[in-house]
Design a protein around this ligand. Structure first.
Ligand code: ZN
Length: 174
């Protein structure tokens, strides 16, 4: 077992530290160090955030999303490997921070929304269980797209939003 496997088994599969130490006696000390690391805490925090988001989706849509450890782990892998920019207008999380400190920034929903990118379903009738259907979106695109516009329709709108962001941020957003 290496550090990454430990994180997966402890955080996602919820195996206990003592039982893992028992199974991997020679790694007992390392396990303790991994468990106390800031990396461990960051992954645990992100996992909790993603899980509560999914629970919220499940509640809002009145569907029973069965959040298994495998599913939340695959969402975690998807999220951590995704480029942190809006699928529709290309606004990045760094741009979000830059926008926020501008004098004309108005967002009454901040920090609940607009602080980080949100999870959007390209096809809103498909479940969150379908990871290929998920993209990261800024609050404004997600909010405007609703379940009315298709992915392609909103990509066209996103191009215009991108021009507005570029103007505000005084740069070209790739
Ligand atoms: Zn956007």
């Amino acid at each position: 077992m290496n550090k990454e496997e430990f994180f997966k088994r402890k955080i996602f599969d919820k195996e206990s530290v003592p039982s893992l130490q028992k199974t991997y006696k020679s790694l007992s000390k390392e396990i303790q160090i991994w468990y106390k690391s800031s990396e461990y805490k960051n992954i645990q925090d992100l996992k909790n955030k993603l899980e509560s988001k999914l629970k919220q989706f499940s509640k809002n849509e009145e569907i029973d999303l069965v959040i298994t450890p495998e599913y939340i782990f695959s969402i975690y892998l998807w999220y951590t490997s995704s480029e942190k920019k809006c699928h529709y207008c290309s606004l990045s999380e760094v741009d979000l921070d830059a926008l926020r400190v501008m004098p004309d920034y108005v967002n009454k929903r901040f920090p609940q929304r607009g602080k980080v990118l949100e999870i959007d379903r390209k096809v809103s009738t498909l479940s969150y269980l379908n990871i290929d259907n998920l993209v990261l979106s800024c609050y404004w695109c997600n909010n405007a797209k609703t379940d009315t516009f298709t992915e392609n329709e909103f990509l066209a709108i996103g191009k215009i939003i991108n021009k507005i962001w570029s103007k505000r941020l005084n740069k070209i957003i790739e």
